[in-house]
Write a new protein. Structure first.
Length: 144
């Protein structure tokens, strides 16, 4: 009986959790997200958009046909970008101070991931080194 009850509860949690993620049409992206994709990835096409609702927040995960994955908040601001290990993220989308630091200190490598949260921003380089910066772009540390 306990197993059946546990299975039922788990199933209900799984089903209700799935309702929060929904594949939507590209037209449902906020305007800022559409502009971001057009400006920084003009040769790429949107393959999939997933609208997520979690803790009263709405976000959009976008996968481009070049396998770049982007995340946007409800206002269309990008806060996360991830590319395949061999594909450089466009310099135009990286904050200038972060880009300058990487070019000055890691000239043989390029940025494949960028993430910003409420306190800092991080980049991952093609050599898998992860660098942490504050929101204004000043270098803080290497993150392992």
């Amino acid at each position: 009986m306990k197993i059946a009850l546990t299975s039922l509860v788990f199933s209900l949690l799984l089903i209700t959790g799935c309702d929060k993620d929904k594949v939507v049409n590209e037209n449902e992206l906020p305007g800022g997200a559409k502009e971001f994709v057009e400006a920084h990835f003009p040769a790429a096409n949107v393959q999939q958009v997933v609208k997520e609702r979690d803790d009263l927040q709405t976000t959009y995960d976008v996968i481009l046909d070049n396998q770049v994955k982007l995340s946007f908040d409800k206002d269309g601001d990008c806060y996360d970008a991830e590319s395949p290990a061999t594909l450089k993220l466009p310099d135009s989308m990286i904050p200038s101070k972060v880009l300058e630091y990487v070019k000055a200190n890691y000239a043989d490598h390029f940025i494949i991931e960028w993430e910003k949260d409420k306190t800092d921003q991080e980049v991952k380089l093609s050599n898998r080194v992860e660098l942490v910066f504050n929101l204004s772009g000043s270098f803080l540390r290497i993150d392992n």
